[in-house]
Design a protein around this ligand. Sequence first.
Ligand code: SAH
Length: 256
Amino acid sequence: MGRVYLVGAGPGAPDLLTVRAVRVLESADIVFHDALVSPEVLRLIARGAEVVDVGKRSGQKLLTQEEINALLVSTAASHETVVRLKGGDPLIFGRAGEEIEALREAGVDFEVVPGISAAFGAAAAAGISLTDRRAASQVVLSTFSRGTQNTAFDWASITPATTLVLYMPHQAYREVAQRLRDAGFPDDLPCVIVSNATTPRQQIRWTNVAGLAHQEKLPAPALLIVGRVAARKVREIGAAFWQREPGPATQRASVS
Ligand code: SAH
């Protein structure tokens, strides 16, 4: 029986992997990776290891999640070091929970090797302190693109002192901006789009909720950081934002 390593590949730059992740990749017998993992990181995989792409291509899944779960379990019976390589951190929007459950149920030994999630790669790229004490008290990592009702975006968790990091803003920026405005986010609340953070293809756009609607779409993968911390000069922001027209989000957030 082998061991399955769920490894975080980080946001893109190969030297942002952990030392442990590199060691595991160098000793891998077989690697199942997502489409998001950069070519620079894939080059760190041991020569001779089997490399299997189980990711999505233009919305088309190569393998279902159930098939991937089963594959991890069955491969562990014949290979010593099995690696499941995911972009960023494996435990953030990575469906690792389902894989861990399948491995546990089958009694397969596993280990999670954390990685730098895209939120942190993007914040570093833009030089934004996500919890800047002058402007934020909490960080919410979320996405608008969850299918199921019981994990849909929860506006009640958002306060004026929230930094919101939105993964996978697949939707048109105009739609995202509209949802933020509908929830009571003020037009001049700063936000930053970061595309391909930490890679040579990195692009950063500084804007605000109103301006977001008119931004040209940047290449995927990209994420959005929204909140007072995303201002160019946080020290000048004070409490100005959110005090004008409290929308449904602020009202709901104040109900305990
Ligand atoms: N487990 C990953 C997230 C997987 S979901 C992590 O912890 O980062 C995929 C989403 O992550 C993308 O749609 C995008 O929103 C974000 N993402 C991943 N890599 C990124 C990068 N280099 N720059 C910006 N966003 C990125």
